[in-house]
Design a protein around this ligand. Sequence first.
Ligand code: NIG
Ligand code: FE
Length: 390
Amino acid sequence: MVSVLVDNIGELVTNDAQHGDGAPLGLLRDAALMVEGDRVAWVGERRFAPAADTHVDVAGAAVIPGFVDSHAHLVFAGDRAQEFAARMEGRAYSAGGIQTTVAATRASSDEMLAGNVARLVAEMQRQGTTTVEIKSGYGLTVSDEARSLAVAAQFTDETTYLGAHVVAPEYADDPAAYIDLVTGPMLDAVRPYARWIDVFCERGAFDADQARAILAAGAAAGLHARIHANQLGHGPGIGVACEIGAASADHCTFTTPDDLDNLAQSGVVATLLPGVEFSTRSPYPDARAMIAAGVTVALATDCNPGSCYTSSMPLCVALAVREMRMAPAEALWSATAGGAKALRREDIGRLEVGLRADFSVLAAPSYVHLAYRPGVPLMHAVYRGGQPIA
Ligand code: NIG
Ligand code: FE
C-alpha cells in the first residue's frame, strides 16, 4: 500500500486528547500525518515521522478532521426564497412551508432529485464536510419516501427516514391513518435504504405518543432513532429522545434545566443547528448551559430549503462561536467528533491511527480562523478516505 506523509502541518487538530495539553482537540504543532490507503497510519510531531512513499508539504497550514454534518435534508426540489424574503420582512417561520417543498419534490424526477443532492453534497465537500447524514421527508407517500431514500443512499451511508416530517396533505383529516402508513407500508418500502428513523416532534407535526409509536416501529424494523426536538417551543421531544435512547436530539432550541439533566444522564447527543436560528431569526440554543450540564453537543447545518438553506459547516462553527458563545475549540470539536457521536460512528471525526483519513488542509495557520474569518473560503484541500475530493 502506498503511504503518503502530509508534512509540515503548523497546527494539527486530532480530537485525540492524548495529544497536546490533554484538551479534547488534541492539538499538535509542527506535525505530520501519514495516510495508507483510506486510513490514518501515523500521527505525531513531524520530527518523528516515519519514512513514506510520497510527501505532501502543506507549508505550515492547519489541518483539521473532516466535518461530520449529522443533520441535513438534501432530497428535495425547488426552493423557498420568497418565503425567506417574507420572513425577513417579519413573517414567522412555521412548519407549514414544508408542504410547498413536498409538492415540488413529488413533481420532480429521480434524476432531478439526485442532481440536486449531488450539487449540495459537492458544495458541502468544498467546505470541508466529509460525512453527511441525509434525510427523506419531502415525499410523504410510500413511493416518494422510498425513492428519496434510494437517492440519498447513492451519496451516504447515513440515511434517515423522515416520513414523519409532517402529516401528508392527503391525511390532514386523519393523522392516525398517516401514522399507520408511516409505521407500516412506508417503513417496509424505505427499509432497504435507511439506517435511521427521525420524527419531527413538535406542535403542528407529531406529539410525544405519536413520536414514540413511530420510533418504536422503526426500531422493530432495525432503524435507530434520532429526533427533531424542541425547535419551535418547549415540548416533549427531548424527553422522548432520552426515554428511548435516541442517538441524538436535534435543534434543542427551547430547553429547561430538566431537559439538560436528562440529556446529560442519558448520553443523548444534543445536535445544535445555529444556521436555523440565524435564518429564522429565532433565539439560539443555550450551548453554554448544555456544556455546563455535561451534555455532548454536536453542530450540523440542517441544510434544507425552508428553515436554513446553508450547506456550510464553517458558517455553523462561526455562528456557534459568535452567537452561542462556544469557544472556537468547542465548536470545532462539536462539528467533527460531536457529529460522529451523533451518528454513533467510531471511525470518523478524529484523526487517529486506524480511523478513516478524512481531513481538510486550511488556507490558514489555525483552526481559530474558521470563526475569526467568517464567510471566507478557507478550505485549501479536502480529503476523504485519503483521497482529495475538493
Ligand atoms: O429541521 N423541523 C423540521 N424540518 C426542517 C425544516 C423543514 C422545512 O422548513 O422545509 C428543520 O428545520
Ligand atoms: Fe431538520
